[in-house]
Design a protein around this ligand. Structure first.
Ligand code: FAD
Length: 316
């Protein structure tokens, strides 16, 4: 069994759960190794070993994270050149997809993005790939080089499997090009105490139907420990921040449960949420297009339905 590299997804050394998801998949395909770029590898290593990383390649030069994604692609390419992996798994988020694309060019390998499942197959890993903004799922396989696969967060149930977690330092001299786009400023997000939108197991979103009053949406989300999303109409009206927008020009989410309240279900909104496992909509209009894709629909006023649902959840 060859090595399978996963890119560790972390914020200042604090692991995001995508990392454990990627390791769970990696174990099905071969010998899982994690590539940790940036600080915090010592503390992360214990968690990485818990989820099956038999080896952790560490590149802790801070230049790697002080620039946009190019250094991460260079480090991954260097580790791939050394290990000839069967596959490289990367989170399918905005940064991850760019890293994956750059890595594919550097290694002259095929690339699959938006995978929602990956299994071992004859001739290499086979991915279930979400295409046309989640309208279809197709089976895809890389036929050239190591399979580089960007996997959507929340698509895999995490399984723990203790492993060695041995650390190996990686020496890479970053090119001038890799450090040509330094990050000059970071805007810290306002702390809401709610989970990160793209990582949350449950997302409750509000649209124009809220009329700008998101309090029932937030109360229901909090009763479930969910993240809050918003349609573009709500964001454009200035009712909710753009960082919470779900859709084609917002974030793509794939939670276990997605609740759309006062959202009509335009194609651009669907593009960000239709791979959710279970979808519930609350809408006054029984003809609203969102009802075409839901598992459960409630025809009603969100200002009546959501408070009742919140009370019911709180009783349990
Ligand atoms: P509406 O379409 O106005 O729907 C509001 C719904 O609320 C209606 O169905 C109504 O019946 C219901 N309603 C009203 N009052 C209540 C009530 N009290 N209780 C229950 N239901 C009620 N949109 C996105 O969301 N994300 C994107 O990323 C995105 N990207 C776009 C990119 C492009 C290039 C373009 C052209 C558009 C994009 N849009 C995006 C916009 C998209 O086309 C829709 O305009 C938008 O999604 C509509 O938002 P909405 O459903 O909240 O509003």
């Amino acid at each position: 069994m060859g090595e399978v590299l996963i890119l560790v997804d972390h914020v200042d050394g604090k692991l995001r759960k995508t990392t454990a998801e990627l390791l769970t998949i990696a174990r099905r395909l071969g010998e899982p190794s994690a590539v940790h770029i940036g600080p915090g590898a010592e503390t992360a290593q214990v968690t990485l070993a818990k989820y099956g990383a038999s080896k952790v390649y560490v590149f802790d030069d801070e230049a790697a994270l002080k620039n946009l994604v190019a250094p991460q692609a260079e480090v991954l390419a260097a580790v791939a050149a050394k290990t000839s992996p069967v596959a490289v798994l990367i989170p399918s988020n905005t940064a991850g997809k760019e890293i994956a694309a750059r890595l594919a060019v550097k290694t002259e390998s095929g690339l699959i993005t938006d995978a929602v499942d990956v299994q071992a197959g004859e001739g290499g890993p086979v991915a279930n790939q979400s295409v046309f903004a989640g309208s279809y799922t197709v089976k895809s396989q890389v036929t050239k080089g190591a399979a580089i696969i960007a996997v959507k967060p929340n698509s895999t149930a995490i399984e723990a499997a203790p492993a060695a977690g041995a650390v190996e330092k990686v020496e890479v001299t970053l090119s001038d090009l890799a450090t040509a786009a330094p990050i000059t400023d970071r805007q810290p997000k306002a702390k809401s105490g709610r989970p990160e939108l793209t990582e949350a197991q449950i997302v409750v979103s509000g649209g124009r139907g809220t009329g700008g009053d998101f309090s029932p949406v937030e109360a229901f989300a909090d009763s479930l420990g969910a993240a809050v999303g918003a349609s573009r109409a709500a964001v454009d009206a200035g009712w909710y921040p753009h960082s919470n927008q779900v859709g084609q020009t917002g974030k793509q989410v794939s939670p276990q449960l997605y609740v759309a309240a006062g959202i009509s279900g335009a194609i651009q909104h669907r593009a960000g949420m239709q791979t959710s496992k279970t979808i519930i909509a609350i809408n006054k209009d029984e003809e609203a297009p969102i009802f075409e894709l839901v598992d459960f629909g409630v025809v009603g006023d969100l200002f009546n339905v959501l408070p009742q649902a919140t009370d019911e959840v709180k009783k349990r």
